[in-house]
Design a protein around this ligand. Structure first.
Ligand code: API
Length: 284
């Protein structure tokens, strides 16, 4: 039986979203890679997302994320907004909650095709990123490039249910720089589960320009959890106030690291590109 999918994106970070209510979806890594492949028979996306039946009271669904390289990811902020929007649209609701491996997330409508999601609290201890050795995650001993003149150094690490390392840079970086440097850091031994690599330029106390090299997906147009991590990192360093616009070349997200409960609240757009039928998958 072939499955329907929805092709969606958040600021160009794109997803193949599969509803598995009628038939369980247990893809192999190869099958995820085949779906995510751009061209050569693939649909092409940064992440694949499955919306499964709920497992717990109060949740509308259980949601799983895979990167284009076939590996599961614990969180996906732009994807979370897209899933929240889909569940609210199909349920005729203006708010929704669903579960992921990283915990319960919730969303509310914030305008036409705009969604605010509560991404939960950041995890800040070295064991929660995780790092391979004990370190102060607000000033991580890591540098990239020549020893005496590193290209980037002393980042902040934050987990939003997935690992992020944020380097603060004096000016927005080029795609080439993000690819060269991000690909070196993604699998650095300091990050036993790999890491998403953000390059954040703080414009003012409420404005960050960000570019992210994503674990398992490479350079993407935008990264929601990366934006959350960059804002948390900037607040930890005293560089921004609690709410900031985190701007990608493809557009902005508004991120608040809420004082009251420590949760990170993200607001941004969702886009539905098209729907289609997945090619027959052997195991899924
Ligand atoms: N694009 C996603 C991030 C996916 C993170 C994934 N690359 C990982 O391995 O954690 C977002 O909007 O948050």
């Amino acid at each position: 039986m072939s499955r329907t999918f929805l092709k969606m994106n958040g600021l160009g970070n794109d997803f193949v979203v599969i509803e598995t209510l009628s038939q369980p979806f247990t893809p192999t890594a190869d099958e995820i890679r085949a779906i995510a492949k751009r061209g050569d028979g693939g649909i092409g996306c940064d992440q694949v997302i499955a919306i499964d039946p709920p497992k717990a009271e109060g949740a509308s669904a259980y949601v799983r994320f895979w990167n284009a390289d076939g590996e599961e990811a614990g969180a996906c902020g732009n994807g979370t907004r897209c899933v929240a929007w889909l569940l609210m649209q199909s349920g005729g609701k203006s708010d929704v909650a669903f579960d992921t491996v990283a915990g319960r997330l919730s969303g509310v409508m914030a305008g036409d095709k705009r969604v605010t999601v509560d991404m939960g609290p950041p995890r800040l201890d070295w064991t929660q990123i995780p790092l391979s050795e004990e370190m102060d995650t607000a000033r991580v001993e890591l540098q990239v490039g020549p020893i005496d003149a590193p290209w980037v150094h002393t980042p902040v690490c934050v987990s939003m249910g997935n690992p992020h390392v944020v380097f603060f840079v004096d000016a927005p970086v080029s795609d080439e720089f993000a690819e060269k440097t991000g690909s070196l850091v993604e699998h650095h031994p300091l990050f036993p589960e790999g890491v998403n690599v953000g390059f954040a330029h703080v414009v003012s106390r409420d404005h960050i320009k960000l570019k992210v090299w994503e674990r398992g997906a490479g350079l993407t147009s935008a990264c929601g959890t990366g934006a959350c991590a960059a804002q948390v990192a900037a607040v930890r360093r005293g560089l921004t106030d609690r709410t900031a616009t985190v701007e990608f070349e493809s557009g902005p997200l508004v991120i608040e690291w809420r004082e009251a409960d420590g949760h990170v609240i993200m607001t941004g757009p969702v886009a539905l590109e098209f729907t289609g039928k997945l090619p027959e998958l052997a195991s899924a």
